[in-house]
Design a protein around this ligand. Structure first.
Ligand code: SF4
Ligand code: SF4
Length: 133
């Protein structure tokens, strides 16, 4: 993964202590309750790609683009992990490799339309997600 920010991506990743304090504020985790859809899970995915253990398409591509980049996790993080830089670099990598899954546009549209503000809409979105995940 290329590094374009002032702080090297490897250094940003090393700050994560896997405490999980970012999970309760993450809207995509609230929707799926899947670790890979949480900030901590995405950080692990990025680490795996950096270490050459995971292909930068498939699950990685899906989760990096499912992230809303709201940066609520960055605000909640006690270790000061610069999550925004991580996800931006990850997306750049995916874009360069042209592996962005098209189905994500639908999922992101649902989430960004304020679905999480309504209980029944959240349930509906969760059912839809089960179909496309
Ligand atoms: S809150 Fe910060 S240190 Fe804790 S798991 Fe999330 S990103 Fe890592
Ligand atoms: S930036 Fe992504 S990982 Fe962080 S809280 Fe928002 S949706 Fe979750």
């Amino acid at each position: 993964m290329t590094v374009s920010k002032s702080q090297p991506i490897d250094e940003i990743l090393s700050h994560c202590i896997h405490c999980g304090m970012c999970l309760p504020v993450c809207p995509t985790y609230a929707l799926t309750y899947k670790e890979q859809s949480s900030p901590r899970g995405r950080i692990r995915l990025i680490r795996s790609v950096l270490d050459g253990k995971l292909d930068p398409g498939g699950e990685f591509g899906y989760e990096m683009n499912f992230c809303l980049d709201c940066q609520a996790c960055q605000t909640a993080c006690p270790a000061g992990v610069q999550y925004g830089s991580l996800v931006e670099d990850a997306r750049r990598l995916i874009y360069e490799q042209k592996k962005e899954p098209l189905r994500l546009r639908l999922v992101k549209w649902i989430v960004l339309r304020g679905v999480l503000r309504s209980k029944w809409r959240t349930k509906l979105a969760a059912r839809l997600l089960k179909l496309v995940l």
